[in-house]
Design a protein around this ligand. Structure first.
Ligand code: UDP
Ligand code: UDP
Length: 470
């Protein structure tokens, strides 16, 4: 028990909105659960990489004032300390790992800890030393978790650990092999920071007291059964499928942020299910050439669209892009009325739940997938990097959407033409079978989260464990 004699769970996310968002949702859920007998604290590695991360944490703490905040100062690494990747999010993961030994004072009264996969192998030993049960919140799909859990054995069994990993991966317990082309590209490069981290963090999964994952049984039944049936990797702890994580409303009335927003007001004027929402997440910038083809494709599709353009990986300041120069003079005016182009942050969850949105062109970041699934919006998958092809396969197999498998990764440098994009978007928006199957999955998500549903039960079991300090 903590100093106050009450159970106290501390959450330590890593960097990137895709990681931070599920942590914020879980912190809000734990803090607002009935009884109020669980203390919750949130540890923020500072400075955050992007402005939006800082704002999101600030909003969480002001909406849920009972969550205690701890600031965890981590130094920015110099290029000589961290030469192998220019990705600022990977750099922050590494900074957090290197500062793990500074965590004990922030965990003085914690009776349970929830950490991100990216810092697992560095933070789990600290939790062990303090005798605090530690859980990993895995922020991607169960499919990705199965790959991460199996990957260390795969690397060992490869003929040469330094050779690029070219073959398909057969994960024990799963029927379908993972084609080499779906594996996150950095995992093909031995010595790449992402590859080294994935092996280290995958190897230490058995050290965790459990894994919480933002998915639900009906979305990934086979993989979840294999993970919890002990078939994927030896010694894995219990995996709690508690998703889709949806933040509860704040206990105190906050100022209205959604209703008056420009994209929402624009959607209010559109017909039911007529709009395709286009976004590639919080950290995927597209090349100017591909942006122009996408612009042509959306125009050709004949559909109404709401398109969020991102030209920078990290939004340290308000982004300002000359849309005229990027899209061609006159584009924005030409599509006016039926197309809205936004350059900046939008409230995606609210957009996906809007009655006017009927389709989503998505990179398949896992949060985007779960948000589409719960809203019952059809997805046209266009994975760009990382775990996104594995996630796209979940979308396709579950019936939430379709995947243009031949469309290129970001790193492959190919450009998908406007004509092809326009045709596929139109097809998706006219596909009534797909609309129905996406709505069926949304219903399954509602059942999973409802009283007696699979995700509610898993959440209750997880909470009872942390209340008992086990
Ligand atoms: N998001 C948002 N507005 C934006 C861009 C992203 O609200 O303009 C949210 C989105 O709803 C999701 C998260 O940021 O919750 C992005 O996570 P995801 O896993 O989909 O992709 P990532 O950004 O990690 O690639
Ligand atoms: N990941 C992991 N171990 C690591 C680093 C990452 O399992 O050491 C997983 C994690 O679930 C993450 C996914 O790999 O969500 C893809 O990471 P990436 O940076 O490509 O995308 P992000 O989710 O950060 O947008």
């Amino acid at each position: 028990m903590s100093n106050s004699g009450r159970p106290h769970v501390a959450l330590l996310p890593s960097a990137g909105m895709g990681h931070l968002t599920p942590f914020c949702r879980l912190a809000a859920l734990l803090s607002s659960r009935g009884g109020g007998d669980l203390d919750v604290s949130f540890i923020t590695a500072e400075p955050t990489v992007s402005l939006k991360e800082y704002l999101q944490i600030r909003d969480l703490l002001s909406s849920f004032p009972s969550i205690k905040s701890h600031r965890f100062k981590v130094p920015e690494l110099s290029p000589s300390q961290f030469p192998s990747s220019p990705d600022p999010f990977f750099q922050q993961w590494e900074s957090i790992r290197r500062c793990a030994h500074l965590l004990p004072p922030l965990l003085a009264s914690a009776t349970a800890l929830i950490i991100d996969t990216a810092s697992a192998s560095a933070v789990l030993p600290v939790a062990k030393q303090l005798n605090i049960p530690a859980y990993i919140l895995f922020t991607s799909s169960a499919s990705m978790l199965s790959l991460v859990a199996h990957f260390p054995s795969h690397v060992i069994s490869s003929t040469s650990p330094s050779a690029p990993l070219m073959s398909n991966i057969l994960i024990p317990g799963l029927k379908h092999p993972v084609p080499a082309a779906w594996v996150p590209p950095p995992l093909h490069v031995p010595g790449h920071i992402f590859s080294t981290l994935t092996v280290d963090n995958g190897r230490c999964l058995p050290e965790a007291d459990g894994v919480i994952i933002n998915t639900f049984d009906a979305l990934e039944p086979e993989v979840l059964a294999a993970l919890n049936g002990g078939r994927v990797a030896h010694g894995l702890p219990r995996v709690f499928a508690v998703g889709p994580l949806v933040a509860p409303p704040p206990p105190q009335q906050m100022e209205e942020t959604g209703g008056g927003d420009y994209p929402i007001a624009w959607l209010d004027r559109q017909r039911d299910k007529s709009v395709v929402y286009v976004s590639f997440g919080s950290r995927t910038a597209m090349s100017p050439e591909q942006i122009r083809e996408l612009a042509a494709g959306l125009e050709r599709s004949g559909c109404s669209f709401l398109w969020v353009i991102k030209t920078k990986k990290v939004d340290r300041d308000e982004e300002e892009t000359d849309l005229g120069a990027l899209l061609g003079e006159g584009y924005v005016e030409r599509v006016k009325g039926r197309g809205l182009v936004v350059n900046g942050w939008v409230e995606q969850e609210e957009i996906l739940r809007h009655r006017a949105v009927g389709g989503f062109v998505s990179h398949c970041g896992w949060n985007s997938v779960t948000e589409a699934a719960v809203a019952g919006v059809r997805v046209l998958c266009w994975p760009r990097m990382g775990d996104q092809r594995l996630n796209a396969e979940v979308v396709r197999r579950s019936g939430v959407g379709v995947w243009m498998e031949e469309w290129s990764w970001e790193a492959e440098g190919g450009v998908v033409g406007g004509e092809e994009i326009g045709r596929r978007v139109k097809e998706m928006m006219e596909d009534e079978g797909l609309r129905d199957s996406a709505e069926r999955v949304a219903e399954e998500a509602r059942v999973a989260l409802g009283v007696g549903g699979t995700s509610s039960k898993e959440m209750e079991e997880f909470i009872s464990r942390i209340m008992m300090g086990s």
